[in-house]
Every structure is written in C-alpha cells, then in structure tokens.
Design a protein around this ligand. Structure first.
Ligand SMILES: C[S@@+](CC[C@H](N)C(=O)[O-])C[C@H]1O[C@@H](n2cnc3c(N)ncnc32)[C@H](O)[C@@H]1O
Length: 259
C-alpha cells in the first residue's frame, strides 16, 4: 500500500498550502496520538485550517501551548518580546511584577513566568475564549500561584506600578485584513488582528495608559513598516523609546519604551 503521507503532500501542494511537507509531518506526528484521524486532519488542512488548530497545540519559546479557534496562534516573531525582556532584566531572580496586555493563549506571560521564577504576573484580555485557553496553559505549566487572568480593556481599572508590561496587540490595518493568507483571514480571530484604519488604534491606547501604569519598561510588538509612526505616537504620549528591536527576519518588531 502506498504511504498516505506522500498522497497527503501531493494534495496539500495542489491546494496551494505553503509548506506541505512540514505540515504533513506535523499532522502525521499528531495523529499518532489518535490513530485513524490522519485523513480528517489532511482534509481540514486542504481547506487551509491552520495546523495548530487542527492538532490543538503550538510551540512557543520551546514550550507547548494549547490553542483553538478564537485564540491567536503564537508566532515566532513574538519571541523577540521575551528576548528583549531578558536583555533589559538579566537578573532572573528578580521579583518582577509583569503585566501581559492582550494575553491570548497566555504565551508571553507563561514564558516569562517560567524564566523568572520569583516573578508574578497578570494577563488581560477582552476575549473570554482567550482567557479560557490562557487559564488552561497557565495551569498546564504549573503557574496558577503566580499568574492571574482578568477580563478587561487594556489597563482600564487596573492597578498601577508594573515593572514589565508586554503586549502583542492587534496591529493590522483594517483594509489589509482581506489580503491576508486564507489560513489567517478565514480562521484566526479578527479581534486579535484588526488594529483599526491605520493599524495603530491599540498601540495608541497602550501608549496612553503606560504613563500611569508603568514604572519600569514596556515591550510592544508592532507590524512591519510601523516603527516610525509608533515612535512618534509614543513620544506624543510622553514616553521615551529606548530602541526598536528587530525580529529574526530583520524587521523592526518590538518597541522598548518607558516613562
Ligand atoms: C495579536 S493577539 C496576541 C495574543 C498573544 N499575546 C500572542 O502574542 O500570541 C491580541 C490579543 O489582544 C486581545 N485584545 C484586543 N483588544 C483588546 C482590548 N481592548 N483589551 C484587552 N485585550 C484586547 C485580543 O483578544 C487578542 O487575544
């Protein structure tokens, strides 16, 4: 009998999937947990459903995160946020107070609390679905005693005095959403992507709250081509931009700022 993986690679290629070999390997490995399900995984991927939603997990910062539709899939570029926190706070024993705005799957908060064993943190999201998945991830990584999750609109009604604020906010201009890959456009939550007409609505809201809530440093992910505008809006909010760090592709990706 022919290898079902070769047939799957051919069908994913015909469907215009970008990385058919890698995807088939991931789907095949995941199907070993549940024999017989491989063909249904392949059919879902042919319809461009992201691999992470099909298998139910995604790796971020070498940790496994549960994900499902309604919650953004963690991206490798977002690991730049963690790297930048390390650069700014090299003492891993520091008892940092960390705020993660728009926590989604909880990937940033979880990775930081794993790396800083004496830190405590709060994750905020406006999406109940995201908070449910984040709670699952916080629990599976054993962080319940140091992490709290809250429903909210950015820093509204939140206490002040945060050492570290991290955020990967929605930053895609509304008009660009229709041109995204179908994997993203058709499956990932618009509320995690849409940053308003110029993509900067959420970043403006964050900048406005930092002066009051931040005592240390904020690390904010931005989109390609937004560095200059974000620098200007942070300055207009009375913040100083320390630098903007590139991701592994060399794209200015994380604004490091403070009061
Ligand atoms: C781009 S996703 C980032 C998720 C996760 N931090 C990550 O990096 O994978 C943005 C998140 O912000 C949340 N969000 C959008 N607007 C918000 C608001 N006004 N207040 C709180 N969270 C918000 C979305 O629900 C979504 O989970």
């Amino acid at each position: 009998m022919s290898d079902p993986r070769q047939d799957a690679i051919r069908r994913l290629t015909e469907a215009g999937v970008d990385s058919p070999r890698l995807d088939v390997r991931l789907l095949w490995n995941a199907a070993q947990r549940n024999p017989g399900i491989f063909e249904s995984y392949v059919k879902r991927r042919i319809r461009h459903e992201p691999v992470a939603y099909i298998v139910g997990y995604k790796e971020f910062w070498s940790l496994e995160f549960s994900v499902e539709p309604g919650v953004l899939i963690p991206r490798p570029a977002t690991e730049t946020v963690i790297e930048q926190v390390f650069d700014a706070y090299p003492d891993i024993g520091a008892p940092l107070k960390i705020l993660d705005l728009g926590t989604g799957s909880g990937c940033l908060l979880t990775a930081l609390l794993k790396e800083y064993p004496n830190a405590r943190g709060v994750g905020i999201d406006e999406s109940d679905k995201a908070l449910m998945v984040a709670a699952r991830n916080i629990a599976s990584h054993g962080l319940q005693t140091r992490a709290e999750l809250k429903h909210g609109n950015w820093m509204e009604n939140l206490e002040e005095g945060w050492d570290v604020i991290v955020s990967n906010p929605p930053y895609i201009p509304t008009g660009d959403i229709a041109g995204l890959d179908p994997d993203v456009r058709e499956y990932e939550p618009t509320g995690a992507l849409d940053g308003g007409p110029d993509g900067l609505d959420s970043i403006r809201a964050l900048a406005a709250g930092f002066r009051q809530h931040l005592t240390g440093t904020a690390f904010v992910e931005i989109g390609a081509g937004q560095a200059e505008s974000v620098q200007a809006l942070m300055a207009a909010a009375g913040l100083s931009v320390h630098h903007i760090a590139p991701d592994l592709a060399g794209i200015p990706r994380v604004v490091v700022t403070g009061p």
